[in-house]
Design a protein around this ligand. Structure first.
Ligand code: C5P
Length: 219
């Protein structure tokens, strides 16, 4: 593999998105948020009222799915069937539905090819749950970013200021999502054997990015 692929996996709220975006900027490469793809699937299932537990209906839905990232300046914007849906996929409801539907083998299979095709031949930072284990097992650099669940929930709570959702509900749903993501049969969330573990419980974004850069420069 000539191009440079950097994978950042980890649980919700560990800071993957902010860190991946900052790292990609500093390294001058593309940043891909694969969680957004799973969220887009959940969003379309909800709004097209797809009975996703029926495998034939799910198969039909997935065959018609048109997901892509389009570069707007330096930021990739997720486009689903010609629409920018990024403003609608960050709700708690979509988080929980994405967590449930991402455990379905057909969904993971449909998104695997899309993810591998997205970066094309460009260098890229990919963030998600199974980047280093399943999607890019031969990535140039792999990181597993985590933090204490209370700290992660507290960060999400601060981000959700206007939504009215309580800290307790955020924490409860985060624990549920962690459990779904780590216990599913296909591509569960886990640290790849050759990934570097970074615990960000007491680190800010700058410190995490510096740590990653030091490791990348040293290899
Ligand atoms: O990263 P984010 O929280 O946006 O991801 C939403 C959900 O999508 C996760 O809880 C997880 O269930 C799923 N996901 C996944 N594999 C990925 C990225 C996200 O299963 N690579």
């Amino acid at each position: 593999m000539n191009r440079r692929i950097i994978t950042i996996d980890g649980p919700a709220g560990a800071g993957k998105t902010t860190v991946s975006r900052a790292l990609a900027r500093e390294l001058g490469c593309v940043y891909v948020d694969t969680g957004a793809l799973y969220r887009a699937v959940a969003f379309e299932i909800k709004y097209r009222q797809v009975n996703w537990q029926d495998s034939t209906l799910l198969e039909q839905f997935l065959a018609g799915l048109e997901l892509d990232f389009v570069m707007q300046g330096r930021e990739p914007v997720l486009i689903s069937s010609g629409r920018d849906i990024s403003a609608y996929i960050r709700t708690n409801e979509i988080s929980m539905l994405a967590s449930a539907t991402s455990a379905v083998p057909q969904v993971r299979k449909a998104l695997l090819g899309i993810q591998r095709a997205i970066a094309g031949e460009r260098d890229a930072v990919f963030e998600g749950r199974d980047m280093g284990t399943a999607v890019f097992p031969k990535a140039s650099y792999k990181f597993f970013l985590t933090a204490d669940v209370n700290v992660r929930a507290r960060r999400r709570f601060k981000e959700s200021n206007a939504s009215g959702i309580s800290f307790e509900k955020i924490l409860e749903d985060m624990v549920k999502r962690d459990r779904n993501d780590t216990q599913r049969v296909i591509s569960p969330l886990k640290q790849a054997a050759d990934a570097v573990l970074i615990d960000a419980t007491e680190l800010d974004v700058f410190q995490v990015v510096e740590k990653m850069k030091r490791i990348i420069m040293a290899i």
